[in-house]
Design a protein around this ligand. Structure first.
Ligand code: ZN
Length: 347
């Protein structure tokens, strides 16, 4: 009975392997002269044992060690040995592509790639001892989620930011991402110990709809699960949302208080338009969100109206105070998201 079940499963697997072989062919990872077949989630890749062994000791050991007891490990396809992998087939496809066509991903030939590619390079680069790929992935993540506000990419700090979970492109790291990819970035930072990316990744996460944070971000391709924050990180994110909103309101009040005082050179104008100017701020809040407003550049609430409503002295004060506030917020992200127990930022 057990033998029958085993044979039936093997036949089904073979059918799946044939159906899925097209994926490898389409990805350019089915080499007629290949001498090892890696199968991940029924998707076979016919590649070269020597090349993979040269890049990774883990692969080398995998190909040279005697196969375990499991009969599945001893299979052949067209006389070529098969190795069953536990990885996601898309991740494996990405890593194999980089191993064969790596020049497209490094150095001056860097091209813009998707966040999922970076995630795959980090996961499998770490797992298979592909140090160069792992380090490249970490370097790009650090540029994407920097420790300095001035390095944080414009889409998040410019006054035209759109809150929707749309695709963004960070030119410095040459990565396309969606805001919701920050959830996976936090999980990668936790798993692979990259604490410096956490504050800005949490900031991006905190702007996601709560529904998405709680239910998780649907994953692409063959992954059926959702990317979710751990329970502790979800609490950090939600509490950070509340704290950022609170700080925004407090800072707006401070700005409002400062108008018409000190360096004001036209008290009559400024005091009479104080209310109107405050409405501008609330209008901006309606179009953005309090959390997003916390880091927006100092042009965010002006649109020409500030200079019209305030004297030069008050307008200058508004700008310098706002700049001070946004930098304080950035520097406090570790506190706001309760990340103090991680190592110092920049590590
Ligand atoms: Zn004034």
């Amino acid at each position: 009975m057990t033998e029958k079940v085993s044979k039936k499963r093997k036949v089904e697997e073979n059918i799946n392997v044939e159906e899925n072989q097209k994926r490898a062919t389409d990805a350019g990872l089915w080499f007629e002269d290949g001498n090892i077949i890696l199968i991940a989630q029924y998707t076979p890749f016919k590649v070269h044992r020597g090349l993979l062994s040269r890049k990774s000791e883990v692969f080398r050991d995998m190909f040279t060690l005697p196969p375990p007891e499991s009969p599945n490990k001893c299979d052949l396809m067209d006389g070529i040995p098969i190795v069953h992998m536990s990885d996601n087939w898309e991740d494996l496809s990405i890593v194999l592509s980089v191993l064969y066509d790596g020049q497209a991903f490094f150095g001056f030939q860097q091209q813009i790639i998707h966040f999922q590619t970076i995630a795959a390079l980090l996961r499998l680069g770490h797992k298979y001892g592909l140090t160069e790929l792992e380090q490249e992935a970490i370097a790009r993540l650090k540029r994407l989620f920097p420790t300095e506000l001035d390095d944080f990419f414009d889409e998040y700090t410019g006054s035209k930011y759109d809150r929707d979970n749309r695709s963004l492109c960070c030119p410095d790291s040459k990565i396309h991402l969606k805001s919701s990819d920050a959830v996976e970035a936090i999980n990668l930072a936790r798993t692979y110990n990259i604490p410096s990316i956490l504050p800005s990744a949490f900031y991006i996460c905190s702007r996601l709809p709560i529904n998405l944070l709680v239910k998780g971000v649907p994953t692409l391709g063959s992954r059926v699960s959702r990317n979710m924050l751990s329970r502790a990180d979800l609490v950090r994110c939600l509490e950070g949302q509340i704290e950022l909103s609170r700080r925004y309101v407090l800072r707006w009040e401070t700005l409002h208080e400062a108008i018409g005082k000190g360096s004001c050179i036209d008290t009559k104008l400024c005091l009479s338009s104080k209310l109107e100017w405050a409405k501008e701020g609330h209008r901006a809040w309606q179009y953005q969100d309090a959390i997003g407003c916390c880091l927006l550049d100092s042009d965010w609430a002006t649109s020409g109206r500030s200079q019209e409503l305030l004297c030069d002295g008050c307008d200058g004060k508004r700008e310098s105070l706002w700049e001070k506030f946004r930098r304080e917020t950035w520097n406090d992200l570790s506190v706001i998201f309760d990340l103090q127990n991680n190592k110092a930022r920049g590590t």
